[in-house]
Structure formats: structure tokens, C-alpha cells
Design a protein around this ligand. Structure first.
Ligand code: OTN
Length: 454
């Protein structure tokens, strides 16, 4: 029989969300045209006028990076609406773009649909344009817009409740909005912050630099999300004994700012920086939310597209060949039955290795057959069964007798959906995963070793 789950476990939405691994973020709107990031809500709608907007260009950039979902900023804190909402005049319908007949949310969701990309929406809770902000009337306004977006644009896979400026929004408001999300879009993941903590499927991880904590637990106490300012470390690392399962989503921009500024064309993150961010987010049991700011034309700029292509190529190239596949695998505490050690290298989603119920530690040895050179490792736990392993190290050997530590892979704690490490290349015929501490018997989905392909 299968091992029993331990502690909080993910819901179905969270399991689907983890498998996205990377999500694209698109900040586009009035700020793009005023060269701002936090417009005060007074800019004239006449200023919004992309000359060549093409959301299919956006999704083609994502395809080549291997990104399968995307979140569009429908309304940022300046209050300007990128769709012709019935509930305010501060929108594209009063802009010169397409003579006021345009709808960026429609173009975005249509492009996502054709490209097989899951669409999500950021509907800024904070609003500097609407004078009702913070009142019950604003709650009605927000609810009306939410329902417009959730009813008329097909499946919406995520709603993003930015905590910035959102302190006046009470749990009562969010309860009403969350009810509507659950009713209209049952599969929609909620990025929750502050007073929306109770509805959060995923959490902010405490910075905008792309660096999750080490360790990074999917569990946390909701009070840490509610009172985020005093709990940045808890957001970043999670809390091992936290009572809620709310994993981290890592929002970071490919440029210094969230919105496009021509003067940042020379400051697009390098491939090496993006590679580090990938390891520090996806590789730390988190999902990466990578922001691409479309420019005034309404396109992703060529540099951003090129860097993103290269990141995609490095991910595909590096993880194509697991050098441990075909290894013979021995463990100290095999559970037996279908939970075979060789399941860790079979690339199958449905199989995993498990140890006996009484085991909290294990030593899992891979005999590679011949000497292999690698500089990356990947471990995946069975997230449906909760965080189990709380201490682990990886060692290597030429002969199966004299073991050497990989310093970067020594004294590690969390695993979760995916843990990645990169290090100076080592050459070995044997490699072993030593599980040194756990809350329950080990249940390991994947063990992989790879050589980075630049
Ligand atoms: O000034 N800020 O609002 C700010 C500066 C740096 C980093 C974060 C913030 S706000 C913060 O944004 C997060 C997303 O990046 C979450 O939405 C948090 O709830 C929010 O407080």
C-alpha cells in the first residue's frame, strides 16, 4: 500500500500549478505610454496607443522558452483598464487605439488559446483612479469587473491579488471576490497576499529578485501571509511546521522595471542571470513568474525575446539526458512492490520510490555503470504525500567505496516538487542520495544528474 500523507498536502489546483514550472507575466497599460511604473491614475486615456500590438508575438516568445501559461495585467494600480469594461470610462474604449474598439484582454486570451497557453489575469486590487477605492462601493466595482473577466474570456487559470497598496481591502471583500472566482472558474489558482491569505493557492516569496529561500517549504502559517511585512523570511523559506499548504510563486522581471522603459533596453537580464533565477526559483520548490514588459508598439522587444529563447534552449538541452537513467539502484529501506528504486529514473509521472513506513532516513545508491561527468542534479518528492524529507546530501564515488561530498549538495533540507543544484563538474561511476532526516518515510519521484548545455 502507498505511504500515508504527512502534514498539509496540495489541492488539485496546486498540483496543476506546480507542473507549469514557469509562468510569464505581462505588464502593459497606461504606464507603458507614460514611461511610469506606478501612475497616479490621472493620465488621459488618449495616451494609450500601441502601434503594432500583437499578442501572438508574445505567445510565440513563450513557446520557444517552453512557457505554458501567462498572466496579463488587465488593470494595474493606476486604474486604466486594458479591456472595454462596462464599469468605468477609464479604459481602452476611450483611447485612439483601434478607434476605441480594441480589447487587449481579448487579444491576449485568444492568442493564448491558439498557442495552447493557459491564460491568467492580474486585476489590481489597488486603484488610484477610482475614488471609491477602499469603500464598499469599490468592492462592488471590483466584483463587477472580476465577473466580467471571469465570464467572457474563456478559462482563466490564475488570478493575481497583488498586496501592494491593498491594505484597505478587508477579508470580507476578498471573501466575496474569492467566492466568485471559485464559482466561475473552478480551476483558477489564486495568488493571495495579506487579507486574501485564506484563499491563497500560492504565496509571494518575499522579494522581487527571483530568489526563493533555501530551504523553501510549501507549508506556512497563514498569519505569515497576512502580516507579510513582519514575516519576509517565512514567506521566503516557508515554515516546516506551517499549518497551510501555500507554495511560493517567484515574481521577477526580465528588466529592472515591471513596465517597459526604452532606457532599460540595455539592462535586460543576461542568460546567465536568468539561468541563476531558474535554479533559485524552479530549482527551489517554487514556480517562476517571469515578467516580460511589452513596449509601446505592443511587442516584446527583440533582446528580451532572444534572452528568453536562450533560456529555453538551456533548459531543454540540460535536462534532455538524465545520466542516471539506466543505472542500477539500491536502497537501504525499500518498501517493495510497485515502489521500486528504479522508478526514480524512469521519467514517468505515475511512479515513485518509497521506503518502508518506519524509515525516516535512507541511502539510495546509483551505479552508473561507467564514469559520467555532471554538474546539475534534480530531486523531486511526491508532493501529494506532503513534505517528508527534511535532510539530505548527495555524494559521489569512482569505485562505490570511497565517497566524496558535493559541497553544494551537502546538508540540504527541503525537496518538494523539484529541487535543482548546479556545481563544478564531477566525474563518477557511483552517486548516492543520503536522506538523513524526515517526517515520514521517503517518497522520491525523480533523481537526475545532468551536464549543463550552454
Ligand atoms: O513597494 N512595494 O510595494 C514593493 C516593493 C518591493 C517588493 C514588493 C513590494 S509590494 C509586494 O509585492 C508583492 C509582489 O511582488 C506582493 O504582492 C506583496 O503582497 C506586496 O506587498
Amino acid at each position: 500500500t502507498a505511504p500515508a500523507p504527512v502534514g498539509p498536502v496540495p489541492n488539485a489546483r496546486q498540483i496543476e500549478w506546480y507542473h507549469r514550472e514557469m509562468i510569464a507575466f505581462f505588464h502593459f497599460g497606461m504606464n507603458t505610454f507614460t514611461n511610469d511604473n506606478e501612475g497616479d491614475g490621472t493620465a488621459s486615456p488618449r495616451l494609450f496607443n500601441p502601434t503594432a500590438l500583437d499578442c501572438r508575438q508574445w505567445t510565440s516568445v513563450l513557446k520557444s522558452a517552453g512557457i505554458t501559461s501567462a498572466i496579463f495585467v488587465a488593470k494595474h494600480a493606476d486604474g486604466f483598464c486594458n479591456w472595454p469594461t462596462a464599469h468605468t470610462n477609464y479604459s481602452v474604449k476611450n483611447s485612439p487605439w483601434k478607434d476605441g474598439k480594441g480589447d487587449v484582454v481579448r487579444e491576449f486570451t485568444d492568442a493564448c488559446k491558439s498557442a495552447g497557453i493557459k491564460a491568467g489575469i492580474y486585476l489590481g486590487p489597488h486603484d488610484r483612479h477610482d475614488s471609491r477605492y477602499g469603500t464598499d462601493d469599490y468592492s462592488d466595482y471590483y466584483a463587477d469587473q472580476l465577473s466580467e473577466l471571469l465570464r467572457n474570456y474563456g478559462p482563466i487559470w490564475e488570478i493575481w491579488w497583488d498586496g501592494a497598496g491593498a491594505d484597505k481591502l478587508t477579508t470580507a471583500y476578498y471573501t466575496r471576490w474569492a467566492d466568485s472566482v471559485r464559482r466561475l472558474q473552478p480551476n483558477c489558482v489564486v495568488f493571495g497576499t495579506k487579507n486574501s491569505n485564506a484563499f491563497a493557492d500560492c504565496r509571494w516569496m518575499g522579494n522581487e529578485s527571483g530568489i526563493s529561500g533555501d530551504p523553501c517549504w510549501s507549508t506556512i502559517n497563514l498569519s505569515s501571509i497576512k502580516n507579510e511585512a513582519d514575516n519576509i523570511a517565512a514567506l521566503n523559506h516557508g515554515e516546516l511546521d506551517g499549518t497551510a499548504y501555500v507554495p511560493a510563486e517567484v515574481d521577477v522581471s526580465i528588466r529592472p522595471s515591471w513596465f517597459y522603459h526604452p532606457e532599460e533596453d540595455t539592462r535586460v537580464k543576461t542568460v546567465a542571470e536568468l539561468w541563476d533565477i531558474y535554479f533559485n526559483s524552479v530549482g527551489r520548490n517554487s514556480v517562476l513568474l517571469l515578467n516580460y514588459p511589452p513596449n509601446k508598439e505592443g511587442l516584446i522587444s527583440p533582446v528580451d525575446a532572444k534572452r528568453s529563447d536562450s533560456l529555453g534552449a538551456m533548459i531543454r538541452g540540460t535536462f534532455k539526458t538524465n545520466l542516471a537513467s539506466g543505472a542500477s539502484v539500491k536502497t537501504l529501506h525499500p518498501r517493495g512492490g510497485i515502489y521500486k528504486p528504479s522508478n526514480m529514473t524512469d521519467r514517468l509521472e505515475s511512479t515513485y520510490y518509497a521506503a518502508t513506513d518506519d524509515a525516516r532516513t535512507d541511502t539510495i545508491t546509483f551505479n552508473l555503470g561507467t564514469a559520467k561527468t555532471f554538474d546539475v542534479l534534480m530531486i523531486q518528492e511526491v508532493i501529494e504525500l506532503g513534505h517528508r524529507t527534511t535532510g539530505w546530501s548527495v555524494e559521489y564515488s569512482k569505485n562505490g567505496k570511497n565517497w566524496l561530498p558535493i559541497p553544494e549538495a551537502t546538508g540540504k533540507q527541503s525537496i518538494g516538487y523539484k529541487w535543482l543544484l548546479k556545481f563544478k563538474p564531477v566525474t563518477a561511476s557511483y552517486v548516492r542520495l543520503r536522506i538523513t532526516a524526515g517526517k515520514a518515510c521517503p517518497a522520491i519521484h525523480t533523481f537526475g544528474i545532468y551536464k549543463q548545455q550552454m
